[in-house]
Design a protein around this ligand. Structure first.
Ligand code: PEP
Length: 259
């Protein structure tokens, strides 16, 4: 059985450490000691230490939004896996569509970052997803296949079992448009099938595959109730503790029903 992972990607928000601490504390107080779903918060790099302090004593994981594939050296502006571990990170998001499309990040680079994350013993959350044009051109599976093959190249089944995937249709991120539960489940089943063919059924059965794209408290239950959707990567709704806790509650209800 896979435990749902609900992760909040704060992106370039909020502006101050004080506001970051307040948001993290709101989630911490609301969740309490519950571990029936896994929860992680991904603040900007500069607030990681502050948020780590706030989260002390809580089961909430701390995620970075990116990392570099080298550990040290002349790489201005980059942050490495061992540095993230040193400030308390447990997870790291890799290959978010805003990096793939905004910064031109390739699946080859995502693969190098993924290997660096695994070497640092961080739990990687690897994002994949098609654009609106690609979906309209019926290229969703082709695009996902390129991203899966390129991003996950060279992993052993054991390594793969420790990787979280996030299927995030680009057209649904921050747009208010959400894939219908049936649309999302169909893609998640495609991903699970590819994992089975590539890494074997035992590994495929262990991989957590999140959905991301305008997940809100009022659509979370239906999405999280789908058989191959194992959590959510949440952007906008993660910036209000109440909304994020509403999504977590939907996940807890799904787990309680014995997903
Ligand atoms: C995201 O940032 O990964 C995301 C899914 O954002 P939103 O929930 O705002 O669509």
């Amino acid at each position: 059985m896979r435990t749902l992972l609900i992760a909040g990607n704060w992106k370039l928000n909020p502006t101050t450490a004080e506001a970051a601490a307040l948001l993290a504390d709101g989630v911490k107080q609301g969740l309490g000691s519950a571990t029936d779903v896994h929860v992680a918060l991904a603040p900007p790099f500069v607030f990681l230490t502050k948020v780590d302090q706030v989260l002390e004593g809580s089961p909430i994981g701390l995620a970075a939004q990116d990392l570099y594939w080298e550990n040290n050296g002349a790489f201005t502006g980059e942050v490495s896996g061992p540095m993230l571990v040193d400030v308390g990170c447990t997870h790291v998001i890799i290959g978010h569509s805003e990096r793939r499309h905004g910064q031109g990040e390739t699946s080859g680079q995502v693969n190098a970052k993924l290997k660096a994350a695994l070497a640092a013993k961080l739990i990687p959350i690897v994002c994949i997803g098609e654009t609106k044009d690609e979906r309209l051109a019926e290229k969703t599976e082709e695009v996902l296949l390129e991203q899966l093959v390129g991003s996950l190249a060279g992993l052993s089944p054991e390594e793969m079992a420790g990787v979280v995937l996030a299927y995030e249709p680009v057209w649904a991120i921050g747009t208010g448009l959400t894939a219908s539960p049936e649309q999302a489940q169909a893609v998640h089943a495609f991903i699970r099938n590819w994992l089975t063919q590539t890494f074997g059924a035992a590994t495929a059965g262990r991989v957590v595959v999140q959905y991301g794209g305008s997940v809100k408290p009022d659509n979370a239950a239906e999405l999280l109730g789908q058989p191959d959707i194992d959590g959510a990567l949440v952007g906008g709704a993660a910036l209000k503790a109440g909304d994020f806790l509403g999504i977590i509650k939907a996940g807890q209800d799904v787990m309680a029903r014995g997903k």
